[in-house]
Design a protein around this ligand. Sequence first.
Ligand SMILES: [Zn+2]
Length: 92
Amino acid sequence: MFILCSHLEMNWNKEQQLLDLESGERLEATCKICRHTFSVDIDELLEREEMQHLYLDQLEKRTVCSARGCGGPVILAQLHQNEVEGFAGGLA
Ligand SMILES: [Zn+2]
């Protein structure tokens, strides 16, 4: 079960680099245009040396919507693995 958490903290994405993320944490991107959400594969990004020290707000600027024909800007949210239940998933 994953819950949304750190996106409410000020500047969380300016102070954290990809390397700082613990395994089990995930990033979810939400398109500002079409509201499509998709998860960002952190492990895949960490395999690329130039990405490892990227701050999450920089990653946010580089990430674009994965929906076909959209490619809009996204907002990143951090998902923590958590035993608390009740996150029913998304805003839809
Ligand atoms: Zn989109």
